[in-house]
Design a protein around this ligand. Structure first.
Ligand SMILES: [Ca+2]
Ligand SMILES: [Ca+2]
Length: 129
């Protein structure tokens, strides 16, 4: 290897060393920085959904519109609910099928139950036709 080649080679290594050394030095202070803890996420201020079970049209109220919406599911296949919601919201008797039995319970609940003291879910569980 000629002297000239050695010089070039040395210079190349030296440059790499400087670059790597600088890069390494730059990473150190960042790691040592005492970063403040991230702000805790803001508390959810949205109102919790009080009515969801049986609120098939999702307007926050249990009424005959939900009976209609329920009927639309099995009569027309129309609903704004996702498949998951169908079975958590619209399957009133929890048998895995959306049908007239669910409408019957919902209608009976609207006609007979005191919604301030009894939830639709509790009513459906005690409903025997
Ligand atoms: Ca509703
Ligand atoms: Ca059902």
């Amino acid at each position: 290897m000629s002297t000239r080649a050695k010089k070039i080679w040395f210079r190349l290594l030296w440059t790499m060393g400087v670059v790597l050394g600088t890069a390494f030095a730059l990473t150190l202070p960042v790691e040592k920085l005492d970063l403040p803890a991230p702000e805790p996420a803001a508390e959810e201020t949205a109102e919790p959904e009080t009515i969801s079970f049986g609120d098939v049209n999702k307007d926050g109220v249990l009424d005959t519109l939900d009976v209609n919406a329920l009927q639309n599911i099995y009569l027309k296949g129309e609903t704004s609910l996702t498949e998951e919601e169908l079975y958590t919201i619209a399957d009133i008797n929890g048998d895995g099928i959306i049908d007239t039995n669910d409408t019957a319970i919902l209608m009976s609940y609207l006609a007979n139950a005191d919604s301030s003291t009894q939830s639709l879910k509790a009513y459906a569980e005690s409903y025997s036709g």
